[in-house]
Design a protein around this ligand. Structure first.
Ligand SMILES: Cc1ncc(COP(=O)(O)O)c(C=O)c1O
Length: 441
């Protein structure tokens, strides 16, 4: 917790996804970051067990990125992205395309994951319309899915508190697949659960209900992160792919968390060997040094939309800051580091140690499940009677005070460190959680 000395006035800032009242009574402020560590305002180091918000994959304060941003802002601080461009926007698109599955090489830049999601949904609608199937407007998401906070994203998303206040204003024509989490079958699974492929069969039921001719796209996170780390059962994503393909429905993988090495591959699509039609990205694309996001689009989808349009603008969508020069500078420098340091391979090489360290917590106090894949782990706690989320909130706060940053959603602790983490730091994260759990009621 931050001491009150030298604190600014905290009243003006309305903080996002934060318990503002509690936070302002007990603020937790960060002042610096380098490598694997943050520094809290009271000076104590905090080992970053979450890569910030699943985004600082190359670790903090990378000199190559700092230099690239500084150079860029001096040289070309901003260039409009409508009917004009700058050379690095094209270079950055090519660099991103090289990491995408074969043929998914048309790249639309955004500034965030939420914008990437809404962009991908619009591309799906535009594609069907361009093909003369404009009646395909239905979008299918999944329970417990997190796709950011735009109206498109919360409509296809499946996290109830994010939706209920806005429920009268969500997109029409949306349906949801069931989520795949069942602890009675999959407790303490290492890697992908063997049980649960059949959850994908529900898509056939949804299609039977609405008719395929009305459905534009299915969007899922290949590994659901923000809802509390839900790992796809074996065969599940393959089945979603087969069913969508059979019915001419586009499949969108929301890879805002899983893109750029989190699972030890360029993308989760590559890791699972399942190729969707669109991939949304953000976070690790720029190591979070400048807000940035993108959608990778199968070439035929791009060509259909662009080819079907009358001369002039083909797709009425874009952001003032699409391909912002600072973002493209950060993207190019970040992807350069990933390549030079072979960080995705490094993550793959560490994933067994990470899994073992996480599963050491199987018998820890309050723990009802441990699950993991790549450099992601979820530790689910027994909720406190009548106070869901309170136990994990306390674990989060006490870990922070003890010098380790974790995240929590409900009563699930998530760990997703930068890919530069050392083995001893992996041990430190899970040992600290274990120690803290012993002190929590
Ligand atoms: C899968 C997924 N999609 C979208 C988003 C939204 O990204 P942003 O917060 O950059 O808008 C997130 C953020 O965590 C995410 O995990």
């Amino acid at each position: 917790m931050t001491s009150n000395a030298n604190l600014p006035d905290l009243s003006n800032l309305w903080m996002p996804f934060t318990a503002n009242r509690q936070f302002k009574e007990h603020p937790r402020l960060l002042t610096k970051a380098k490598g694997m560590y943050y520094t809290a305002a009271d000076g104590h180091p905090v080992l970053d067990g979450t890569a910030g918000l699943w985004c600082v994959n190359a670790g903090h304060g990378r000199q190559e990125i700092i230099d690239a941003i500084a150079r860029q802002t001096a040289e070309l601080d901003y260039a409009p992205s409508f009917q004009l461009g700058h050379t690095d926007s094209f270079r950055a698109a090519s660099a991103v395309a090289r990491l995408m599955p074969e043929g998914m090489d048309r790249i639309f830049f955004t500034n965030s994951g939420s914008e990437s999601v809404d962009t991908s949904l619009k591309i799906a609608l535009a594609y069907h319309r361009a093909r003369g199937e404009g009646q395909r407007t239905r979008l299918i998401g999944r329970e417990r899915g997190y796709h950011g906070v735009g109206f498109g994203g919360i409509s296809v998303g499946g996290i109830s508190p994010n939706r209920k206040t806005f429920s009268g204003a969500l997109l029409p024509n949306v349906d949801h697949l069931p989520h795949t989490h069942d602890l009675s079958k999959n407790k303490h699974t290492r890697g992908q659960p063997a049980w649960g492929e059949h959850f994908a069969d529900q898509l056939e039921s949804i299609i039977a209900l609405h008719d395929a001719s009305t459905i534009a796209a299915v969007i899922v996170e290949p590994l659901a992160g923000s809802t509390g780390v839900l790992i796809p059962p074996k065969g599940y994503l393959e089945k979603l792919r087969a069913i969508t393909e059979k019915h001419g429905i586009l499949l969108i993988f929301d890879e805002v968390i899983t893109g750029f090495g989190r699972l030890g591959a360029n993308t989760a699509s590559e890791f699972f060997g399942v190729k969707p039609d669109l991939i949304t990205m953000a976070k690790g694309i720029s190591n979070a040094a400048v807000p940035a996001g993108a959608v990778a689009v199968r070439r035929e989808i791009h060509d259909t939309i662009v080819g079907a349009a009358a001369s002039g603008i083909e797709f009425f969508h874009g952001y003032t800051y699409s391909a912002h020069p600072l973002a493209t500078a950060a993207i190019l420098a970040t992807l350069g580091i990933y390549e030079k340091d072979q960080l995705f391979k490094r993550a793959a090489g560490l994933s067994q140690k990470f899994e073992d360290a996480a599963h050491n917590l199987e018998n820890a106090r309050h723990v009802i499940d441990v699950r993991n894949l790549g450099l992601v782990a979820g530790i689910e706690l027994q909720p406190r009677e009548g106070a869901p989320g309170a136990r994990a909130a306390e674990v989060f706060a006490k870990c922070f005070d003890a010098g380790v940053m974790v995240r929590y959603t409900g009563d699930i602790i998530a760990v997703s460190p930068p890919l530069i983490i050392e083995e001893q730091q992996i041990a430190e994260i899970f040992e600290t959680i274990d120690k803290v759990l012993k002190t929590v009621a």
